[in-house]
Design a protein around this ligand. Sequence first.
Ligand code: ME8
Length: 524
Amino acid sequence: MPADKCYYLTSPIYYVNDVPHIGHAYTTLACDVLARFKRLDGFDVHFLTGTDEHGQKVEKSAAAAGIDPQSFTDKVSQNFRDLADAMNYSHDDFIRTTEERHTKASQAIWTKLKENGHIYLGTYAGWYAVRDEAFYDESELTDGEGGTKIAPSGAEVEWVEEPSYFFDLSKWQEPLLKFYEENPDFIAPESRRNEVISFVKGGLHDLSISRTSFKWGVPVPDDPEHIMYVWLDALTNYITAVGYPDENSQEFSKYWPANLHMVGKDILRFHAVYWPAFLMGAEIDVHHRVFAHGWWTNEGQKISKSVGNIIEPNEIVDTYGLDQVRYFLLREVPFGNDGDFSHRAMISRINGDLANDLGNLCQRVLSMVNKNCDAKVPACAESGLEDLPVYGTLQEVHALLPKVRQHIDRQAFHDALEEIWRVVRDANRTVDESAPWALRKTDPEAMASVLYILIEVIRHFAILLQPFMPQSCAKMLDQLSVSEKAREFVSLKTEENSTPFDQNALQPGTSLPAPEGIFPRFSD
Ligand code: ME8
């Protein structure tokens, strides 16, 4: 497969000590939709997710739970695997930073940076927030209660003073700015790109990349009293998973540099400043793009364990249905912006977009076919179709894939869905206009043609929407008797002026199962 037909994308690896909530589910969901889309579009996809298991924060949580860190991480990492199952993610690999392959890769990148002269030994004295596993400048802090100091993220910081290895980040200001300039799509959305550029223009300090005050992490090669800074360890997961340090391996050559690191806005700096600098320092190609999406709140409030308002993905999936939740999360908020989760908004999407628009279209068209066409794909006239109102909808549906592809390539999931829904609504309007139920007596052949075109339209929606709602679309495609191998995007017609008749179009005379509602209304 040529390299431009390979697609490697990653979610963040999550801190194991958190209870997985809707925010974690969201980032990996966006990756899942993208991965499924690319696979259906003929790409060789590698989709990575996993857990970040080292560092002081995890060590503290294990101590609080009264168990050793390894047993602790074994146990809690499972919560994120369970989340992946519950959300129906299609990842190809789930990495844990406590795996042997990862220790090897982390030590290898360290050694390479050292050999290249980018690491030196010194003493760190400054502010550190264990919650964020991040260092802060005095100037970034505000005063908290009882004389405490608070980082911009809200985390409390502590004063740290200890021997430490440093990475010469200050030397990377110019190379990074040049890289951003030459790669205008590297950071998205645009507003985030501007933030990163002005941060880098403000000057970079060398970065402390080892600690001696705790033990839970990857030991520094040749100086095991030092533990690698958890972010250097964590970021390296993206190359571990494709075979680093074996840069000649098939996996590495095929998939690296990654096409996309998907992250939340809180960790953009690590992915758009530190990680490219580490990669450049180790003479490894830099990833193509980082997308930093926005932040979810719950009914207007920040989501946090201490506030006690965590939205557990399992609970909302049980209440509303898996595909309904997947649809809602990517439709409700323009991807990149902050968003607010509210039950009212969820119900409105389920009853409006899913039940009234798409569900109703499928249900009424398939019921008419079942009743009036002997439960078989009806025959369609080969000419004179242009005069039917549904013909315009068919042409629109044929033009959808290239438009949706463009939106997906910008990670504009909401625009992709809106583009499809514009045609779903149009299809419902043309069903009313064509009134196939009235044609039954007056012109049964025209009725058959109208219904044929409408089920072709539905076939296109079902194929296109699979990345977002895999289970529901599989049901829709089963109801149209579409074979497994005819569910990829090559089976779609994509020319505006084409008629439905090609080898992948539904074959008249094919038996169809009795239709069943797929998108029920939600009532309290
Ligand atoms: O930062 N809204 O892990 P983490 C949207 N281990 N997204 C949210 C969210 C919210 N309210 N809350 C969390 C780490 N997220 C590091 C990452 S990567 C090499 C290491 C999502 O468990 C969002 O993607 O704190 C955010 O970036 C991520 O969870 C942080 O997860």
